[in-house]
Ligand binder design. Structure first.
Ligand SMILES: NC(=O)c1ccc[n+]([C@@H]2O[C@H](COP(=O)([O-])OP(=O)(O)OC[C@H]3O[C@@H](n4cnc5c(N)ncnc54)[C@H](O)[C@@H]3O)[C@@H](O)[C@H]2O)c1
Length: 432
């Protein structure tokens, strides 16, 4: 996150606007503008050279009106408390947009995980779970992977929590490998969900996906798989991809499977044969049909939004677009599929994973993908329908309204808003 842009302030402003547009009581904003609980923990880790290093970790539990807190754990050197709080708030909104029975949470550790050995990474992962174990559990708070964490880290965390409880606790965390209670399709879920929303957006805007041009910023879990699916399943031409080390641009299109193999071998997309390394600004302003920001926050700002030429922006990343940029993109009639919708496939299949863990009965990949498609299409239509009905919100505003309507309805029903009765409020959003 860049220093001058605070994504927690941004998400609070957006909630404030949506609460007002929905004619909801101010107390809805007051509750949603801060997480219900935030933990800061010190994690001592024995490094391979014997030294004890202390890492700082966070867990933010934003709101659990709709169900247990749910959200990933990020390992990154720039993690900070406001970022974790913002990410947990987005999780509450995302789960509500998708109508999955969860609240929002998020965790993070300030660490450059690439500098740690496997042993150090395992000790850090286990130490973090021991530190926050009292507020975790399958019915309380269920973490998942995010930037810098993966299925292996989830396995260590699940194992540590199982030791703490003295029994297997598969349902306490999602994004696990299939062999230890993971779900088929989870690795691809965020990207596949993003692709489902792109397909819906293409239908409503009349864009032919076969041959459509795509640019992807961030060639990690979300970006690389989204690029692969768009190429292999929809016939899109992927013009450029980037990662933190550089980019690969080829106007004739990149072979994404080959780029994945190149990155796995060299650690970077830069230098991929036949491609050119272009700057981040050049990449974002390429002539293309679809832009998928899939790196980190605050990438599309008032400094570069005017130069973007894409017709559709699908936010694989959380918080890639600032409010000033949103206004510029709206003026340019670019359809932005907001993060709380476009990247919600991950939490949706995490929910499926948790359901399968509770039942001890597992679905095949086709079942998972079909269920995911139904959820994503329904969520897209709810948000797009409201966006078309109200002329005063963009897709992000519409998604926030759908989410806040659901969360506030649950809060009213649970009596968190005092004696006010939900039905007395004039409702603008019809819930499914
Ligand atoms: N993994 C999930 O299931 C999931 C779910 C929902 C949202 N997200 C969001 O998607 C985004 C990416 O997550 P991920 O899991 O793919 O992480 P990841 O660590 O696998 O990938 C991130 C990628 O972004 C690249 N990157 C970092 N800074 C960059 C920059 N300035 N320019 C270009 N590339 C840059 C990294 O090199 C890496 O390739 C994050 O915002 C995350 O919160 C992830």
């Amino acid at each position: 996150m860049t220093q001058e842009i605070n994504c927690f302030e941004i998400v609070k402003d957006l909630i404030d606007t949506s609460v007002k547009k929905l004619n909801l009581n101010k107390s809805v904003y007051n509750i949603l503008s801060e997480p219900q609980r935030v933990l800061t923990v010190q994690i001592p880790v024995q490094m391979d050279d014997g030294e004890i290093r202390i890492f700082t970790g966070y867990r933010s539990q934003h709101n659990n009106a709709l169900g247990p807190y749910k959200g990933g754990i990020r390992f990154h050197q720039d993690v900070n408390l406001d970022e974790v709080k913002a990410l947990s708030t987005w999780m509450s909104l995302k789960c509500a947009v998708l109508n999955v029975p969860y609240g929002g949470g998020k965790g993070g550790i300030i660490v450059n995980h690439k500098e740690l050995s496997q042993g150090e990474l395992e000790r850090l992962s286990r130490g973090y779970i021991r530190a926050i174990a009292p507020v975790l559990g399958a019915d309380l708070d269920i973490p998942a992977p995010d930037v810098g964490t993966n299925g292996q880290v989830m396995s260590w965390m699940m194992d540590e929590f199982s030791r703490y409880r003295g029994q297997n606790e598969f349902g306490m965390i999602t994004g696990k490998p299939v062999i230890v209670g993971g779900s088929m399709g989870r690795v691809e879920a965020t990207s596949r969900g993003c692709v489902f929303t792109i397909r819906e957006a293409a239908k409503v805007t009349g864009l032919e996906l076969n041959g459509a041009t795509v640019v992807v910023q961030g060639f990690g879990n979300v970006g690389s798989i989204a690029a692969r699916l768009l190429q292999q399943e929809d016939g899109c031409r992927i013009l450029a991809v980037s990662d933190s080390t550089g980019s690969a641009y080829n106007p004739n299109g990149l072979d994404i499977a080959a780029v994945e193999e190149f990155k796995a071998r060299t650690g970077s997309v830069k230098g991929f044969p036949g491609s050119k390394d272009i700057s981040n600004d050049e990449l974002l302003s390429l002539e293309c049909d679809i832009l998928v920001p899939a790196a980190l926050e605050n990438q599309i700002t008032d400094k570069n939004a005017a130069k973007i030429k894409a017709k559709i922006i699908a936010e694989g990343a959380n918080g890639p677009t600032t409010p000033e940029a949103d206004r510029i993109l709206a003026d340019k009639k670019i359809l932005v599929l907001p993060d709380v919708l476009a990247n919600a496939g991950g939490v949706t299949v995490s929910y499926f994973e948790w359901v399968q863990n509770q039942y001890g009965y597992y679905w095949n990949e086709e079942e998972v993908n079909n269920r995911l498609e139904r959820k994503m299409v329904e969520a897209f239509n709810n948000v797009y329908g409201l966006y078309r009905k109200r002329k005063d919100v963009d897709m992000r505003g519409a998604a926030y309204m759908v989410a806040i309507e659901r969360i506030s309805q649950a809060m009213y029903m649970r009596g968190w808003l005092g004696n006010q009765v939900y039905q007395e409020v004039k409702r603008e959003v019809k819930l499914a």
